[in-house]
Write a protein that binds this ligand. Sequence first.
Ligand code: FES
Length: 210
Amino acid sequence: MDDQISRRNFLRGVGVSAIAGAAAKARAAAQSVESFDDQKPLGPEPVELVLEINGSSRAIEVEPRVTLLDVLRDRFQLTGTKEVCDRATCGACTVLVNGQPTYACMKLAVEMPGQQITTIEGIGSPDNLTPLQRAFIECDAMMCGYCTPGFIMSLTALFRSSPNPTLTEIKKACSAISAGAEVMLTSSGQQREQRTPEKKEFEEFRGRAE
Ligand code: FES
């Protein structure tokens, strides 16, 4: 057998490559560990945080494992933000973080200092409802009501970024039923006659949902 491709040389070559690969991985792991060493570990003891919630600075001491949702509900009694699945599937816990809809159950409180957090309590009050909140009431769009704050927060973000959203954008912002679609179009300030070219799509959507 040609010496250059003998089994022994082949295995030797594989062995050298494997060792070189393992050494590279070991170096990368060591660098990674060194970079972790530069970070100050948090916990398990409570840590002091200042969170910006609904325009106010709120100080709190909390264990690093605690979610933003639990802090809002259990520590600050902002119970308008609802806990349902606690695993990023239902959207009932939606709040705005720097204006973006965010699942509060998927954020740790320790991640949030410096971020502007807005809950349902921060966008309106019983005496001063937003047009979107009024539209939900006028169109009786609450369903059981438990996820309504999530709808409102998600749609508030949409209407702030796009005052006249298309039905497609509305449907993307939340999975609407017919009453939900009606209230969303009403709250966007659109008259039924002015909805074209979306009117046809809206009526078709409504017909399917009923
Ligand atoms: S509680 Fe369902 S997504 Fe957070």
